[in-house]
Design a protein around this ligand. Structure first.
Ligand code: 9MR
Length: 445
């Protein structure tokens, strides 16, 4: 007899599950009697769409009789399982569409699931999109030509109005072979930016770390080398004139430690004033382009900051530069607000544009965590807020863009470069925004 009851119960559960998973009625719920515990289990949840961000839903488990039972959410059909913790949970979708939200309770006899469909409308307004929150400056993202479709595209068009190629507009990519320029990847990126009404920031024309090998082994005269560099800058900038709004002409010219000019092949063959020459070529090639000098560690390293401003002052005295790019490869606890502010002050006092370029925020610089802990995620959020606050307070005429150096943690250069795990960016694997993203929004309020 007990067996028969058990069979009946399982049969009923299957029927319930079928009814529930086919339905999208908000009032559906499932009630079964858990005989072992002699209490009825009723499974149900509420789902609401946020008013400020119509891509964001909140789900609230209103089940009864489920104390002590494990339950989990799925925000898409057969999607990743997310633990159902105490209190409501939020989830942000990247793209408009119909989504099946499922709550599963692992009941003693069989799992009980309730599903409801939420519709994220095409016309959804998103007051929490970064570009909408940024006042008087662009929100930039580092991109690759093969990361411009699907969810990447959805996030880009929703949240960003500026693009920087992460590596495909560098000399070693465009000028792989002597005598032949390859614009395949850079064209894809620039065309995408133009088609989507985004600013494209050109990165970068002259960088010691992206010299094609044939150029490193160049056997011609110094004059020939200089002509080659001039032709390269001219050809690339003229190709993209009117499409690429701004350029990092020379990138990272200062040696760490000594703060002298790096002894790159450009300096060796073109002389100590190679930087000035490159900016002259750039100014002549596209007089409308906004020209930047871009470097890292120029917040806390005062020696390097001084060396950078010396280069900038010389260029500015000849009207060859318009802005300073401070690469923001920072950590959750370093550099300080005052140090970040110092490069802003130096730039603003010269009347130049400030680009907070290449923002990522390491949470594991000391390799002491193996997953992104809540504590570090909050610390990262706070640092992101600080960076955005500092940027937001810049006078309008000196504002330019705040550029994030990649979208999802798995796409960041950080883990490979440092040889240890890190979670330096702003989106999760499923393209939902991280706390660090929330921090940026808070800083721009
Ligand atoms: O993040 C970039 C990585 O994907 C490239 O492989 C690498 C070499 O082109 O460049 C990285 O970006 C660098 C940027 O261009 C200049 N500042 C330092 C960045 C990190 O190395």
């Amino acid at each position: 007899m007990k067996n028969l009851i058990n069979y009946l119960k399982i049969f009923l559960l299957i029927i319930f599950s079928l009814i529930v998973s086919c339905g999208s009625d908000d009032d559906l719920n499932v009630t079964v009697i858990d005989e072992e515990r002699e209490i009825p289990i009723s499974v149900d949840f509420e789902v609401t769409i946020s008013e400020t961000n119509t891509f964001e839903i909140t789900v609230n488990n209103t089940s009864t009789g489920t104390n002590g039972l494990i339950s989990y959410w799925q925000f898409t059909e057969n999607g990743e399982r997310v633990a159902d913790n105490d209190g409501p949970e939020t989830h942000v979708y990247a793209v408009a569409g119909d989504y099946l939200v499922t709550l599963t309770v692992e009941a003693p006899d069989a799992d009980i699931t309730v599903s409801k469909t939420v519709t994220i409308a095409e016309t959804s307004t998103d007051n929490t999109a970064l570009k909408n929150a940024a006042n008087g400056f662009s929100m930039g993202m580092a991109v690759r030509s093969n990361r411009l479709s699907g969810s990447h595209n959805a996030v880009l068009v929703r949240e960003f109005n500026s693009l920087t190629a992460e590596f495909e507009m560098k000399m070693d990519q465009i000028y792989k072979t002597e005598g032949s320029l390859d614009f395949t990847a850079s064209d894809i990126i620039v065309d995408y930016g133009v088609a989507n009404n985004m600013d494209v920031h050109g990165h970068t024309l002259v960088w010691h770390n992206s010299i094609p090998s044939w150029m490193n082994n160049f056997s011609g005269t110094d004059e020939e080398f200089e002509t080659l560099v001039e032709d390269y800058i001219t050809t690339v900038m003229q190709r993209y004139a009117g499409k690429v709004r701004s350029w990092d002409v020379v990138n990272e010219a200062i040696e760490d430690g000594s703060n002298a000019l790096r002894n790159s092949i450009f300096r060796q063959k073109m002389g100590d004033n190679y930087i000035e020459k490159c900016y002259q070529y750039a100014r002549a090639a596209d007089p409308n382009a906004i020209l930047f000098y871009n470097d890292y560690n120029v917040t806390f390293d005062t020696g390097k900051q001084n060396a950078m401003f010396a280069i900038v002052d010389n260029l500015q005295s000849k009207n060859l530069i318009d802005g300073v790019g401070a690469q923001m490869h920072i950590s959750f606890n370093f550099p300080t607000r005052t140090q970040i502010q110092s490069v802003v002050d130096g730039t603003v006092s010269r009347g130049l544009k400030m680009h907070f370029a290449e923002l990522d925020i390491r949470v594991n610089p000391n390799n002491d965590i193996t997953s992104l802990t809540q504590q570090r995620a909050i610390a990262q959020q706070n640092k992101a807020k600080e960076v955005a606050e500092i940027y937001n307070a810049i006078p309008d005429e000196n504002k330019f863009a705040l550029t994030l150096w990649g979208m999802r943690d798995s796409e960041s250069w950080l883990p490979e470069f440092w040889g240890q795990p890190d979670w330096g960016l702003f989106y999760n694997e499923d393209f939902s925004p991280k706390r660090s993203h929330e921090g940026l929004l808070e800083g721009m309020e």
